[in-house]
Design a protein around this ligand. Sequence first.
Ligand SMILES: Nc1ncnc2c1ncn2[C@@H]1O[C@H](COP(=O)(O)OP(=O)(O)O)[C@@H](O)[C@H]1O
Ligand SMILES: [Mg+2]
Length: 591
Amino acid sequence: MKLSANDHSSWNISRRFFGDLVPFRLALLLGIGLQLIGVGLELAQPWAMQQIFDRALIGRASNAAQIVYVGSACLAAAVLLRIVVNHVATLKIVATGHALTRALRLRVFRHLVELPPNFHTRQKSGDLLMRLMGDAPMVSTMLVEASSHLVTRAIQVVGTVALMVWVDLRLTLTLAIFLPIIFFVARFLAGKLRIATRKQRRKEGDMADYMQESLGAAALIQSLGREGDAVRAFAKTNRRNARAGLKTARAAARLSSSVEGLLAIALGITVLLGGLRVLQPAADFSAGELIVFISYVRGLMKPIRSAAKHQARVAKGTACGERLLRVLDEDRPVRLTSGKKVPVSAPVCLAYERVSYAYPGAERALRHVSFEVRAGDYVALFGASGAGKSTLAALALRLMDPDQGRVTLDGVELPEYDLDRLRERFALSMQSTMLFGASVAENLQLGDPEAEEPAMWRALEDAGAAEMVRELPGGLEYRLGASGSALSGGQRKRICLARAFLRKSPILIADEPFNGLDAHASARVEASLRQHAADGGMVIVVTHDAGSLHSFDRVLFLDGGRLIGAGTDRELRGTAIAYQHMVEVAEGSRA
Ligand SMILES: Nc1ncnc2c1ncn2[C@@H]1O[C@H](COP(=O)(O)OP(=O)(O)O)[C@@H](O)[C@H]1O
Ligand SMILES: [Mg+2]
């Protein structure tokens, strides 16, 4: 069930998160129960006051002093007990809120991690960060704190009104007209607040995006001398964000002030009408009763004020919940269509059959591509930049699925395999190097969490990176900067290759492995890749470097998303004109 256009009520948004609340339902019920006990104690207080007033102070009963003693002791005990109960209730509810926030963040993060790569290229990461960090606690506040308070406050209002009826029906009926007015005013203003909050959160997301992008490219901005522009642009989103924040605060203040104003009027009317009745000669209404009544009307202020405050939280939580749902409603098509079969540990044939693929909103990246790679093959995917080579590699690992045609492993279409087991059969070293701000060893262990040091050194050796890592301070324990900064492009590439080697997967796909490598390191990497094929693996090397093509068993030549030639380098040079042309251009530019 997805969010439709007219589905923005707090209830509809909240409902979508009820499943997340289930594990915490007992803690939440306990919290609400304790709050209700607190409400009961609070409602008993004015009644004790009335007894003291009417019986002892005004009525001068024979045991007046005794009533004062006992009454005041009861009052103090009730107040103390209420404080303790509320304290425990608050702790319980706050703890539940934190637990729910944690669960929500985990759910959103898990979902984000599994979304296809083109979602992440589309979506700005700063805004996603805000959703995870900022929106999740707001939703949890709405579901736990605000909802539990609203429940207890509603019961408190009903209880108070019942007691007012019991004390005096006539006066209660006079005041009753205020309740619907307060209700509708609060609802109307809460709607406004929700709209303002939605806008504010969007502005905050924009700001986080801008900050993330510009700080990530700080070196570029400095090299172009554009720091001033960057700061000015930031100042603009900053200003917009502050303005939106102010609007939200104003809407929240308007809500609580209006409600309190209405209550103040109600209180004035109570004092006026009640006072006049006490003064009448044959009064049916005692001063003590008036005091009780007034304290109940004043007692209404607290729950209604608190309801207004929590209504504001619900409005914020709703706006934030919408943002989370927008992420959670993104399909994970690949994960959802995962089958149960397990690929054999040494697959024999990877085949593309008339495969076409277009990135959402873009031209076709691949058109009817067919080829197969067998165990022991050492194959190059060759083509100009933008030809679709990396896209072909991504389809093999099911980072996305083809729009038409199919990719099979040993004759079975990829979606029929269990996704995790399928991916275990592949090692991909991507074109853009992906490293984390952790130690070299931790980055390598992403390839194989169980890998020990000797295996890691062997993999580094194979990637021509052992020498370089040995020279880093701390060796394997050297901590890379964010995304592996502080290493050169070639160094990063080789660590990524080592990570792929470490996986010991039968199918190895290396996307532009020689980019940024010197001749010596290139030769080392080439020998390792060849060895992997000779050992019975499949090796697919994506390259746009014409100079290395002669060493492959087979070259697949891609142009504009089509496969227009397959064969050895020599055969292709003899037959495919476009290939000849491209190789000549490449060789000419090198000469
Ligand atoms: N995430 C993406 N979103 C939209 N278009 C993309 C994306 N990635 C690649 N493309 C487009 O798909 C085509 C093939 O890209 P790619 O497979 O990366 O080419 P190659 O690796 O051969 O340089 C290109 O035209 C490129 O612009
Ligand atoms: Mg590429």
